[in-house]
Design a protein around this ligand. Structure first.
Ligand code: WT7
Length: 651
């Protein structure tokens, strides 16, 4: 593996600068030992930074694989993210928003409170109550955050679905959660083009029996967009229901373990998993990590570039920053619209101080060239974060130099939808960083590398595991607790208390982690997890396809790209048109994020004698490597033919 060589060569080190360290939120390295000596006491102290209606009577209860945190405690997330700041921050900007066309809005904490309360009352009027599920399918507009917070106020469970997903993906998620209400927009924008959200929503909802109402946010100025049919009384306009709602809504007293939200993520089977997060532990984890990792100070302008459709958007666009009373920035559109300096123009004009983005974006910026950031004054930036996939050392160095002016610390943060909050990351005022390493677990967590047998590997390569529960961990998979136990707690049968993250990693002499990526059949394309099975099921649903195997290959910008090997049904001919049609089919059924870069037609797939598809060989072919051991194949001639075909396709 090439990566490992690069990592071993990486000897550059960056220590926190003195003035950064002196003003950092976390300065005292002894926090690691104190937290390790009594993790429950550590997390209880962090939970006490939130406002509770009633205190808990027990910090944690662990009956693997099920955990509860802050038992008996009650709180409300919207109270913690909004109400409790009103006394001191009523006029402080909570949400700073810019749309792709350049329109801008700001909401102070006072205004946010107004909107959240009205939305909460509107939802109640539409029949939504405690425990009901609400699906949210919106562009990145302030209404997305308002709707999420409004759900938390009345104890409804939100399920945000990324606006780039297809109607079929939306339908499946609504049906799995049994959502009662859908909040969508008339349109969204992407690179100047309108995205027909409402039309997609209508297609989806036609096959969703549970949906009673669709609330539509009007994104287009002036008269509502044409083409979006309106089905009264099912459909209602957001601005109509908000106009009639009162700005005072008594918050529900939620139990710490009440479900806060469901968020769907890809797994190794065709069906997405509804990751379940609860109230008290999740908010404790995201509030604490936002403050510590991003070194939040009162006058920071924090910009996490993720969409609210992903967990990063939940934890670090909405809940973490707002729980801390920070100013959080939202940008609706693409980084290269209207030009490749849009992010830097945004940083300059909104005076962003902390930027949190993904390696896939950083690699694209690198490719576009240094001139784009150089056009802008980025001197307000003081801290940079990275998340979503391994960041290669060169991209890390480029980010530090060209965006951070060699002045800002870089925090590479490892975590997952399932962990809810950042787990492995530097603390910028304490940790010496190494480009490409997420460094060590934050205080209160216990991450280890284990071998197949569950033995700890102090130095070397292995499987990343969590050996103790943490407050913001997922509690189950919605409607499928057996799959929860099987996916995360069955890797080491003799140790059913160990959480398996699905990632491989290396650990160096300083006990730093170097995350290598997924070890299961899940790919990471541009920071988004895609189950290869999911794409295969969609390909096979096309009438021309008999069998399909999807693997990942390295990609300069996206990290990984999808390569599909497809066998056609008898009588069907391969052609460039069919190749495009299959790509379109995947986009229609899942969304553009799952579009295969390569589609290769083949008469046969390489299989073992027991009939298992040899993905390792397909990956070798897709990445142009010499073929490894083919002796276990049922028919070794198949791969040789495939390799030849692949190489001729690329030329
Ligand atoms: C997977 C989780 C958590 C927010 C975004 C993705 C990969 C995430 C890093 C990092 C190396 C990383 C892992 C992980 N990943 N952050 N800093 N270094 N890999 O959330 O969709 O749940 O994906 O993303 O493979 O398991 P997600």
């Amino acid at each position: 593996m090439n990566d490992i060589d690069v990592l071993l060569d990486e000897r550059r080190r960056f220590r926190p600068a003195d003035d950064f360290r002196q003003h950092a939120v976390v300065r005292d390295p002894s926090v690691y030992e104190r937290a390790a000596a009594d993790p429950e006491a550590y997390w209880a102290a962090r939970a006490r930074e939130l406002d509770w209606f009633t205190p808990w009577n027990r910090v944690m209860e662990w009956t693997p694989p099920h955990v509860k945190w802050f038992l008996g405690g009650t709180l409300n997330v919207s109270v913690n993210c909004v109400d409790r700041h009103l006394a001191t921050r009523r006029d402080k900007t909570a949400i700073l928003w810019e749309g792709e066309p350049g329109d801008r809005r700001t909401l102070t904490y006072g205004e946010l409170s107004h909107e959240v309360n009205r939305c909460a009352n509107a939802l109640r009027t539409l029949g939504v109550g405690r425990g009901d599920r609400v699906a949210i399918y919106l562009p990145l507009v302030p209404e997305a955050a308002i709707a999420m917070l409004a759900c938390t106020r009345i104890g409804a469970i939100h399920s945000v679905v990324f606006g780039g997903f297809s109607p079929d993906s939306l339908r499946d998620r609504i049906n799995d959660a049994g959502a009662k209400l859908l909040i969508t927009g008339d349109i969204g924008y992407r690179r100047g083009n309108p995205v027909p959200l409402k039309r997609n929503a209508d297609t989806a909802v036609a096959a969703c029996l549970s949906i009673e109402h669709v609330v539509v946010v009007q994104r287009t100025p002036g008269t509502p967009a044409a083409g979006a049919a309106f089905h009264a009384p099912r459909d209602v306009w957001w601005h109509d229901v908000m106009r009639h709602a009162s700005p005072d809504c008594v918050p529900e007293r939620m139990d710490a373990e009440d479900v806060l939200y469901i968020l769907y993520t890809s797994g190794t089977t065709g069906r997405p998993k509804g990751i379940v997060h609860t109230t008290g532990g999740y908010l404790t984890g995201v509030a604490a990590t936002t403050k510590d990792v991003f070194d939040l100070h009162e006058d920071d302008v924090f910009w996490c570039t993720a969409d609210v459709g992903w967990v990063t958007g939940h934890s670090y666009v909405v809940y973490g920053p707002l729980a801390n009373g920070a100013t959080t920035m939202l940008y609706e559109g693409a980084p290269d619209w209207p030009d490749k300096d849009r992010f830097w123009a945004l940083c300059e004009s909104h005076r962003v101080t902390v930027l949190y983005t993904a390696p896939t974006a950083i690699r694209a910026f690198m490719k576009w060239g240094d001139a784009y950031p150089a056009r802008h004054d980025l001197s307000r930036l003081r801290l940079l974060g990275s998340v979503g996939e391994p960041i290669n050392p060169e991209a890390w160095i480029w980010y530090r130099r060209h965006i951070g002016g060699d002045r800002c610390p870089v925090v590479d943060t490892w975590w997952q939808t399932e962990t809810g909050a950042i787990v492995i990351s530097p603390l910028p005022g304490i940790t010496e960083t190494k480009p490409g390493s997420a460094t060590v677990a934050l205080p209160g967590y216990s991450a280890e590398l284990l071998d197949r047998g569950g033995k700890v590997i102090p130095v070397g390569g292995g499987f990343l595991a969590m050996t103790r529960p943490w407050p913001s961990m997922l509690r189950t998979i919605w409607g499928d607790d057996a799959r929860y136990a099987e996916t995360y707690f069955s890797k080491w049968p003799q140790r059913p208390d160990l959480y398996f993250a699905g990632d491989g990693a290396k650990r160096d002499e300083d006990a730093y982690f170097w995350i290598l990526g997924r070890v299961d059949d899940v790919l990471n394309v541009a920071g988004h997890r895609i189950g290869t099975m999911e794409v295969e099921s969609v390909l096979v649903s096309h009438p021309a396809v008999a069998e399909a195997a999807v693997v990942g290959r390295q990609h300069d910008i996206k990290g990984q790209a999808l390569a599909a090997f497809v066998t056609l049904r008898a009588g069907r001919q391969s052609s460039n048109e069919l190749r495009d049609e299959l790509r379109r089919h995947v986009v229609d059924k899942i969304g553009a994020i799952a579009r295969p870069d390569d589609v290769l037609f083949t008469a046969d797939l390489p299989k073992t004698r027991s009939g298992k598809i040899m993905r390792r060989l397909l990956r070798d072919i897709a990445e142009g490597r010499a073929l490894g051991d083919t002796t276990t194949l049922a028919d070794p001639a198949v791969v040789a033919g495939l390799k030849e075909q692949y190489e001729s396709m690329e030329s």
